[in-house]
Design a protein around this ligand. Structure first.
Ligand code: NAP
Ligand code: GDD
Length: 340
């Protein structure tokens, strides 16, 4: 007698479409967001790139090449407009939510501290709450920052266990949201994860950050379009990495089997002066002939030295950076020379 056919349960509708996973990215118009969108599209994701709806069109320069991609969905929402984030999460119920949107400029945060906290802290709370209420399966990544360490009074390098004493409203806003992430992970059981990323650069870096300000000025000076470069503190030290590599780390952190915290850094630190010197040297100029100091570019508080210890992510996820300091400087200058 033929064996009775086993009844199979009706298949649940797959959360993951045949075209791949779905991801929301806030900050998609920024440096990291644009690289992350490229990375996820390359892996077959449906990417919902969050743009702010403002009266002007807003800048899409870093993602213009993605706007016609059928897997890229431009959506409007704002971390300062809670209902817009709430509605987006309720509608898309994504597999992954990458929160890269932020008021990301440290010096500006001294001028707009309340706005900084609203976007970088309450905005994170808004996103986490939207996930908890509407889509608890969604994995959440928070863009934490080495600025959270501030000046902790312990020797570098800093790792996941180093105390944090932020020195700016920006640092405070990121540290508060870091703690919210831990709260939603431990208290509500969400897959809420985070990377503490040290500075990372690329030709897509915003022009008001020091590396891009320098590379652009060097290119303009070389072409006779600018005479001087005005800078503030040249003695601060930063651990500078390469944004596309750091975005790969973000992706790997999200794919880990549990939500966790990882420092992402190169393990090398250089002064702003060294960056300036290398950039001018690359085009055959002496920086001392062009760089001037202006105190308006100093900050009320400064983070004097950042150097990260990325042992945990190397050992756990196998991530390590490849691009070296001098290549970062040269590639940024070369890009600006070619694209002025
Ligand atoms: P970025 O280039 O300055 O981009 C910031 C992005 O946030 C932009 O797309 C901006 O949109 C968006 N944004 C600002 N306010 C928003 C709001 N209220 N709602 C929604 N989106 C908003 O920054 P990034 O260098 O790519 O950095 C990405 C994230 O990593 C940030 O959270 C930053 O704080 C953090 N981080 C960066 C570094 C680094 O070295 N780059 C290191 C550690 C952590 P608009 O285009 O509309 O302004
Ligand atoms: N922006 C800027 N402009 N910085 C200057 C200038 C100038 O003209 N002159 C000197 N600096 C010094 C700053 O005082 C600081 O010590 C250093 O250059 C780096 O400044 P930024 O490039 O603005 O970066 P940041 O280190 O303050 O913040 C960046 O890195 C953080 C991670 O450590 C941002 O990307 C943050 O969003 C990020 O979290």
């Amino acid at each position: 007698m033929a064996a009775a056919k086993k009844k199979t349960a009706p298949k649940k509708p797959a959360r993951t479409t045949q075209k791949g996973k779905t991801a929301i990215i806030t900050g998609v118009t920024g440096q990291d967001g644009s690289y992350l969108a490229e990375l996820l599209l390359g892996k077959g994701y449906q990417v919902y790139g969050v743009m702010r709806r403002v009266s002007s069109f807003g800048s899409t320069g870093r993602i213009d090449h993605l706007l016609d991609n059928p897997n890229f969905h431009k959506v409007y929402a704002d971390l300062d407009d809670g209902p817009s984030i709430d509605a987006l999460v309720a509608k898309v119920k994504p597999d992954e939510f990458y929160n890269l949107g932020a008021m990301s400029h440290v010096r500006v945060s001294f001028e707009v501290p309340r706005y900084t906290i609203a976007t970088n802290t309450l905005g994170v709370l808004t996103a986490l709450e939207a996930i908890r209420q509407h889509s608890p399966h969604t994995k959440f990544y928070q863009a934490s920052s080495s600025e959270m360490f501030g000046d902790p009074g312990v020797p570098v390098p800093f790792n996941e266990k180093t105390p944090m004493i932020p020195q700016s409203p920006y640092g405070v806003s990121k540290l508060a949201s870091y703690h919210l992430v831990q709260q939603y992970k431990n208290g509500y059981g969400l897959f809420a994860t985070t990377g503490i990323l040290f500075n990372h650069e690329s030709p897509r870096r915003g022009e008001n950050f020091v590396t891009k300000k320098i590379s652009l000025a060097v290119a303009r000076i070389k072409k006779g379009l600018q005479d001087k470069l005005e800078l503030g503190n040249l003695d601060a030290k930063r651990d500078w990495g390469w944004s596309p590599e750091f975005v790969e780390a973000i992706y790997q952190i999200m794919q880990h089997d549990k939500p966790d915290t990882f420092v992402v850094a190169t393990g090398e630190t250089h002064t702003i002066r060294e960056f300036v010197e290398e950039a001018f040297k690359h085009v055959g100029l002496n920086w001392k002939d062009y760089v001037t100091f202006h105190e308006k570019l100093l900050r009320p508080n400064e983070v004097p030295k950042l150097l990260g210890d990325a042992t945990k992510i190397r050992k756990t996820l196998g991530w390590k950076p490849a691009k070296k300091f001098k290549d970062i400087v040269r590639e940024m200058v070369d890009h600006d020379l070619q694209n002025l």
